[in-house]
Design a binder for this molecule. Structure first.
Ligand SMILES: Nc1ncnc2c1ncn2[C@@H]1O[C@H](COP(=O)(O)OP(=O)(O)O)[C@@H](O)[C@H]1O
Ligand SMILES: [Mg+2]
Length: 228
């Protein structure tokens, strides 16, 4: 197996907005090492979220290729791609797939309902919600939670999944600095202790540590790439 968890080659994505094409990514070639912590930084609208969506198999490239763990996502059919998302990837995206009529604990457990809940999972979900600071919000539904609290439910869900690849899109954007630091400690733990590869889009560069990689994106292209 390749040492790269993500291998993008000449990756391009264009959208259509009111009839006009928008080139969100214009030929990104990038290899991200397995087990690494990578920060994706760049101005708003530069294509960071688009890159994460392609890497997570939530959308397909317009041209070029993206492979995860050596498997070209573009050549998978919808069914294989959905299995890939369910089993391999943890997503911490804004407003990502929280179910309105489920409480925080059940929202954390969503990815596991299809295959059946193993013993102890509900307790583990409660513990993880406590670790992201939501121990007193377990029975709240998404609309009874703030944006930052919803984000933390998504983080607890991604942690319970214990994914090989965690993709986080501005995970601390709406959090105070203390909670933000706690979230980064959890992401860091997933990378260091569980061997996960973590790719995080953030403006919060205080959490970058030696050994991390910083990839700068502007106008749909990689414009900088450096170790911290
Ligand atoms: N679904 C979409 N339809 C049309 N344009 C989009 C869509 N998603 C993103 N874009 C455009 O693509 C560009 C890159 O967006 P995005 O990847 O969200 O940037 P970032 O996450 O860096 O802020 C922006 O100009 C944005 O307006
Ligand atoms: Mg974005």
């Amino acid at each position: 197996m390749s040492e790269a968890v993500i291998e993008a080659k000449d990756l391009a994505k264009s959208y259509r907005a009111s009839g006009r094409p928008v080139e969100a990514l214009r030929g990104v070639t990038l290899s991200i090492a397995r087990g690494s912590m990578t920060f994706l930084v760049g101005p708003s609208g530069s294509g960071k979220s688009t890159f994460l969506q392609l890497a997570g198999g939530l959308d397909r490239p317009t041209s070029g290729t993206i492979a995860v763990d050596g498997r070209d996502l573009g050549s998978m059919d919808d069914r294989a791609l959905s299995a890939f998302r369910r089993t391999r990837v943890g997503f911490v995206f804004q407003a990502f797939n929280l179910i309105p009529n489920l409480d925080a604990v059940d929202n954390v457990l969503i990815p596991f309902y299809a295959s059946g809940l193993a013993a102890g999972m509900r307790d583990r979900a409660r513990t993880l919600l406590g670790e992201v600071g939501l121990g007193d919000r377990l029975g709240h539904r998404p609309k009874q939670l703030s944006g930052g609290e919803q984000q933390r439910v998504a983080i607890a869900r991604a942690l319970l999944k214990d994914p090989a690849l965690l993709l986080a899109d501005e995970p601390t954007g709406e959090l105070d600095s203390k909670t933000g630091a706690a979230i980064f400690a959890l992401l860091r733990g997933l990378q260091r202790d569980r061997g996960a590869s973590v790719v995080v889009v953030t403006h919060d560069t205080r959490h970058i540590e030696p050994g991390d990689r910083i990839v700068r994106i502007a106008d749909g292209a990689v414009v900088g790439d450096s170790p911290a």
